[in-house]
Write a protein that binds this ligand. Structure first.
Ligand code: TNX
Length: 533
C-alpha cells in the first residue's frame, strides 16, 4: 500500500540536515497523516479550545484510571477499542501520576459538567478526560476515538502514528434524552444484532435505547404469567418469517450491555392497539372470546385489547410488573398510538387505569403523543411522532399537555423516522411520512419545533427505526447511517453550533470510521464524502 517510505525518509533526512541538526539518532519520520482538529467531532462539542502540541499514543502508553471501579470499567472499554488496531498493550492501571491516557472522576472541578459532561485535555505526554460521573468519562472516550485516525477502529493491527490534537474540549449535552428506538416486533433482531446497534449508538453519545417489544406481528419478551405470549405470539413476523423472542435472561443481557455503554433501555409494550400478537395468544383477551390468527401483514389500527373486560387489567398488571422487575431504568413505554379500533372514551378509560399500574411498579410512563388525548399521568412523557404538516389541533393538544407539565420527546416522522426512504430509489423503508434525506433529518430545532410548547418541556429527541422492511444488521445500518448522527447532534450539541455546512463536513469524516467498523451506510449525495478510498 504505502510505497513512499524511502523517498519520504530521505526527504526528512535532507530537511533535518538542512536545519543543521545531526540526523544521527533522529526520531522516525514525522507523521504523514493530518491530525484531526478538536472540533471535527459528531456531535459537535459545546466548546473547543485548540492549541499546543499533540498527544501521541505509543507502545508505552498506559491508561491511568482514578479513583474508582467505574473509571476502571471505562478504561478497560477504551483499551478494548484501542488494542486491536494499535497493537499496543495499553495496560489499565490506577497508579497515580504519570503520563498516558488519564480518566479521572472528580467532584472538585466538575460542577459545570453535570452527569454526562466531560473535559478532554490533550498535550504532549498526556490526554486527560475528567468527568463528574462515569457516563461523562464514557462520552469523553467517544470523542477521543473520533480524534484519533479512523484506522483506530479496525480490528487488526494498523500502522500508526496515533496523534490527538492539542487543546481542550469541554462538553455537556443539550438534552438528557437522546434516544433511538428499534422495532424488534415487525422483524425480530437477535441479542447480538441489538448489541451491535448499541455499540453504534454509543459512538454518537445516544443514551437511550427504546425497544418496541410488542406489536400486531410479534410479542418479543417472555412473560411467565402469560406463557403463550412469547413462544406463540412471537412465532412469526412481517412476511411470515420465524419471528423470535427474548428470554428474560437475554433481555437482561441486553440491558446490561446497554448499561455498559451508558444507555438506558426503555421497553415498550404497545397498547391498547397494536396488540394482535397478544390477542392471538389468549382468546380471553378478546371481547368476543375468539382469538384471531397470527398476523404477518403491515396494516395498522385493527387490533384492540378489550377495554371492558377485567381480565385485560390482570394481563396489563402482570406484564408491566414482570417487565418493570427486569428493567432498571426509570421509564416504561405503553405505546398508545393508532388505537383506531378503540373508541375515544374507551381509550381515555384504558389509559386512566393503566398509567397507575406503571407507577405502582415504580416506573414513569412514556407514551406516543396520542396519550395527550387522554389525561397523561403526572410526570409522564409524550413522544411526538407527527409531521411538520400535522394539523394545528393535534399539535395544540400536545402543546397544551406540555404547558401542563407533560415532558416531550420529539420524533417527528418526516424528520427522524429512520425507516423513511431517503429518496424514491431507496431499496428499503417506507415513505408514508415523505422522503427524508440527510439534511432534512438534521435541519430543524427541537426547542422551536412544536408551536406553543415551552422549550423547557422538551426532554430530548429520539430516532425510531420501524422494521417492516428490515431484517439484517446491514439493513438497520443503511437506514440509520448517516441520519442517526444528525439526530444525536440535535440532542447533544448547543443550538449555537447548528450549521448544515459545517455539519456535513464533520459527518463526511465519519465514513472512514464506518468503513473500518464494517458498517453499512447510505452514501447520500448531500454529504461531501472523502474520495480516493
Ligand atoms: C407508524 S409511529 C407507527 C408504526 C409503524 C410506523 C412505520 C407509530 C407510533 N406507529 O406502527 O411501524 O408508522 O413508519
Amino acid at each position: 500500500m504505502r510505497q513512499h517510505r524511502t523517498p519520504r525518509l530521505l526527504g526528512t533526512l535532507l530537511l533535518v540536515a538542512a536545519a543543521g541538526v545531526s540526523a544521527v539518532g533522529a526520531a522516525p519520520s514525522a507523521p504523514d497523516r493530518t491530525v484531526t482538529p478538536l472540533s471535527r467531532v459528531v456531535p459537535a462539542p459545546a466548546s473547543v479550545d485548540p492549541g499546543g502540541s499533540p498527544y501521541r499514543i505509543t507502545s508505552g502508553t498506559r491508561i491511568r484510571v482514578s479513583p474508582s471501579e467505574e473509571a476502571r470499567r471505562v478504561g478497560s472499554y477504551l483499551a478494548g477499542v484501542l488494542r486491536p488496531s494499535t497493537g499496543y498493550r495499553l495496560p489499565v492501571t490506577d497508579e497515580p501520576g504519570g503520563d498516558g491516557i488519564r480518566l479521572r472522576l472528580s467532584r472538585a472541578d466538575t460542577a459545570g459538567l453535570g452527569a454526562e459532561g466531560y473535559r478532554l485535555t490533550s498535550k504532549k505526554g498526556a490526554v486527560t478526560i475528567t468527568a463528574r460521573e462515569s457516563a461523562g468519562l464514557f462520552h469523553g472516550v467517544q470523542t477521543l476515538r473520533q480524534l484519533l485516525p479512523a484506522a483506530v477502529e479496525e480490528d487488526s493491527r494498523q500502522p500508526g502514528p496515533w496523534p490527538v490534537a492539542g487543546g481542550t474540549v469541554t462538553d455537556t449535552p443539550r438534552y438528557g434524552w437522546r434516544g433511538a428506538m428499534l422495532d424488534v416486533s415487525r422483524h425480530f433482531f437477535t441479542v447480538d444484532q441489538v448489541k451491535r446497534y448499541i455499540d453504534q449508538l454509543a459512538l454518537y453519545k445516544i443514551n437511550t435505547l427504546h425497544l418496541h417489544l410488542s406489536d400486531d406481528q410479534g410479542w418479543r419478551i417472555a412473560i411467565d404469567s402469560w406463557p403463550r405470549l412469547a413462544p406463540y405470539g412471537g412465532s412469526t413476523a412481517v412476511g411470515g418469517g420465524p419471528g423470535g423472542h427474548y428470554t428474560k435472561a437475554q433481555y437482561k443481557d441486553i440491558v446490561r450491555y446497554a448499561a455498559s455503554r451508558h444507555l438506558q433501555v426503555v421497553p415498550e409494550i404497545d397498547m391498547p392497539g397494536h396488540t394482535n400478537a397478544a390477542l392471538a395468544s389468549y382468546p380471553e383477551l378478546n371481547c368476543d372470546g375468539v382469538a384471531p390468527p397470527l398476523y404477518t401483514g403491515t396494516e395498522v389500527g385493527f387490533s384492540s385489547l378489550c377495554v371492558d373486560k377485567p381480565v385485560t387489567y390482570d394481563f396489563v398488571d402482570d406484564v408491566i410488573r414482570e417487565l418493570a422487575a427486569i428493567t432498571p431504568g426509570e421509564y416504561l413505554h405503553i405505546g398508545g398510538d393508532e388505537a383506531h379500533s378503540t373508541s375515544h372514551e374507551d381509550y381515555v378509560a384504558f389509559m386512566e387505569r393503566v398509567q397507575p399500574v406503571v407507577a405502582k411498579y415504580g416506573k414513569t410512563v412514556v407514551g406516543w403523543h396520542q396519550l395527550t388525548g387522554a389525561v397523561p399521568a403526572k410526570g409522564a412523557l409524550a413522544q411526538y411522532w407527527g409531521l411538520d404538516g400535522t394539523g394545528a389541533a393535534e399539535k395544540e393538544q400536545v402543546a397544551a399537555a406540555a404547558r401542563n407539565g407533560t415532558g416531550l420527546i420529539l420524533s417527528p416522522a418526516d424528520r427522524v423516522y429512520l425507516d423513511m426512504k431517503y429518496t424514491a430509489d431507496t431499496p428499503l423503508g417506507l415513505s408514508w411520512a415523505g422522503l427524508v434525506e440527510v439534511r432534512r433529518s438534521y435541519d430543524w430545532d427541537p426547542a422551536a419545533y412544536l408551536p406553543g410548547a415551552p422549550a423547557s418541556a422538551v426532554r430530548g429527541v429520539e430516532a425510531p427505526l420501524w422494521s417492516e422492511t428490515l431484517t439484517t444488521s446491514p439493513d438497520i445500518e443503511y437506514m440509520a447511517f448517516p441520519r442517526l448522527p444528525g439526530v444525536a447532534e440535535l440532542g447533544w450539541s448547543p443550538a449555537s453550533t447548528h450549521d448544515w455546512d459545517g455539519y456535513k463536513v464533520r459527518l463526511a469524516a465519519q465514513a472512514p470510521r464506518w468503513d473500518a467498523l464494517g458498517m453499512n451506510y447510505y452514501r447520500s449525495p448531500q454529504v461531501p464524502w472523502p474520495t480516493g478510498k
